[in-house]
Design a binder for this molecule. Structure first.
Ligand SMILES: [Zn+2]
Ligand SMILES: [Zn+2]
Length: 178
C-alpha cells in the first residue's frame, strides 16, 4: 500500500513566542481545509531528544517554506516532506465481497462507488470501524459518492471497509480520494 499525503494550506498565523523572522511564515494547522490536488513540498522541525520547550513546541507544525532555526544553536532537524493526493481504486465482485483500505490522507476523503454492471448493485462503506454509509441500489453505469471528515494531525490515518451488499454477479468499482 503506497503511503501518500494531502496538503493543507493555512491562513497566516502568528506563532507566539518565536523569533520575529519566523512569525510571518505560513503555518499549517490541523484545522485548515484541504485544498489543491498537486503534490507539494512542506517543511517541519524534528526536535532532537532533550530539545528545549520552544523547539518541542514546533512538533506537528508544517511550513510552506523552509524555516530557519528556532533559536541560535538550535539542533533541530528541518525535514522536507512531499504531500500528494491519495487515489485508491479497487473493485468488489459480487454479493458480500469486501475490501479494506488503510492509508494516510488529509482530513477529508471521498469514496466513490460505481456499478460496472451488468446488474443492479449497491455497497456499504464503513470508515474507521465506526461510520457506516450505504449506497442505494445503483443501476449499471451509475455512481455515487460520500465524503468523510475527521480531525487530527496530518497526515490522518484512515481505514475504509467496503462490502457489496447487493448484486450477485455485479461488479462495483470504488475510488477513494483524499
Ligand atoms: Zn531549542
Ligand atoms: Zn531546535
Amino acid at each position: 500500500m503506497p503511503e501518500a499525503f494531502h496538503q493543507h494550506i493555512g491562513d497566516d498565523q502568528l506563532v507566539h513566542g518565536l523569533p520575529k523572522h519566523m512569525s510571518a511564515r505560513k503555518r499549517l494547522s490541523a484545522n485548515d481545509a484541504p485544498t489543491g490536488e498537486r503534490p507539494r513540498t512542506l517543511w517541519r522541525y524534528v526536535p532532537k531528544p532533550g530539545a528545549c520547550e520552544k523547539c518541542r513546541a514546533m512538533q506537528g507544525l508544517w511550513f510552506k517554506e523552509k524555516p530557519g532555526p528556532v533559536h541560535p544553536n538550535c539542533k533541530c532537524e528541518i525535514r522536507q516532506e512531499t504531500f500528494g493526493p491519495v487515489t485508491i481504486v479497487g473493485t468488489l465482485q459480487g454479493f458480500e465481497d469486501t475490501a479494506t483500505e488503510k492509508f494516510n490522507a488529509g482530513q477529508k476523503i471521498t469514496v466513490e462507488i460505481k456499478n460496472l454492471g451488468p446488474f443492479f448493485a449497491g455497497a456499504r462503506i464503513c470508515v474507521d470501524q465506526m461510520e457506516w454509509r450505504a449506497t442505494r441500489l445503483l443501476p449499471p453505469g451509475e455512481e455515487t459518492a460520500f465524503d468523510f471528515f475527521k480531525f487530527g494531525d496530518l497526515p490522518v490515518p484512515w481505514e475504509v471497509f467496503l462490502i457489496c451488499h447487493c448484486g450477485d454477479n455485479a461488479t462495483l468499482q470504488y475510488i477513494i480520494r483524499g
